[in-house]
Design a protein around this ligand. Structure first.
Ligand SMILES: Nc1nc2c(ncn2[C@@H]2O[C@H](COP(=O)(O)OP(=O)(O)OP(=O)(O)O)[C@@H](O)[C@H]2O)c(=O)[nH]1
Length: 212
């Protein structure tokens, strides 16, 4: 169990090419709305939402990063401290699919291996698709990532994406806590053992007169 009074807050970065639906996904998840207008994100922005995961309160802070290369310098700084990541591409944009590897590398370069999920957005436009199902699945397999097909417009699979990331993050957190506890135990066992060995070498109090 985690400390009861401690709130778990997770910084999640949502990355991918421009216009794949990152801002829309965050708005949908945090505000429950969808707008048709496309307003290019300048730099970064964030919204948050609290959810319950296995009876644990989790605050998700969703960082919306610009998909345009021109803002790379600003967005890179915002990856720092990220604890989970959503990689998004669009059903109707092949370049956004091909760019996934490079987005993953950019995030990994800043924060290492964090819980990450691959999302194909705009599946309501499946008849206009430029990506085969097998290709997307192969990419997920190669990157060893959970894969979701979503439509922010139709509110399909959006909640699932963030729920999965929160669960994955908590799972890792508990595992780390358990490992740290084990290290402490191992260390204290070692100290106990050393003390035992030391006292075994120590001369008994009632034996001070004999030669040791
Ligand atoms: N049909 C459809 N359109 C969507 C969906 N999600 C987003 N859009 C539209 O796609 C366009 C781009 O969405 P944004 O959320 O602004 O894209 P973005 O990835 O944040 O773009 P940048 O800020 O440039 O990085 C907007 O017109 C949205 O309304 C979806 O699931 N289906």
């Amino acid at each position: 169990m985690l400390e009861e009074d401690m709130e778990v807050a997770i910084k999640v970065v949502v990355v991918g090419n421009g216009a794949v639906g990152k801002s829309s996904m965050i708005q949908r998840y945090c505000k429950g709305i969808f707008t048709k207008d496309y307003k290019k994100t300048i730099g970064v922005d964030f919204l948050e939402r609290q959810i319950l995961v296995n009876d644990e309160e989790v605050r998700l802070m969703l960082w919306d990063t610009a998909g345009q290369e021109e803002f790379d310098a600003i967005t890179k700084a915002y990856y720092r401290g990220a604890q989970a990541c959503v990689l998004v591409f669009s059903t109707t944009d092949r370049e956004s699919f091909q760019a996934i590897d490079s987005w993953r590398e950019k995030v990994e370069a800043e924060v290492g291996d964090i819980p990450t999920v691959l999302v194909q957005n705009k599946i309501d436009l499946l008849e206009e698709t430029v990506i085969k199902n097998e290709e997307a699945e192969a990419l997920a397999k190669r990157l060893k990532l959970r894969f979701y097909r979503a439509s922010v417009k139709e509110d399909l699979n959006v909640n699932e994406v963030f729920k999965y990331l929160a669960e994955k993050y908590l799972q890792r957190l508990k595992q780390q806590t358990a490992e740290e506890t084990e290290v402490v135990h191992t260390t204290s066992n070692k100290i106990a053992l050393d003390l035992h060995q030391w006292s075994a070498h120590k001369k008994p109090v009632n034996d001070y007169n004999s030669s040791w």
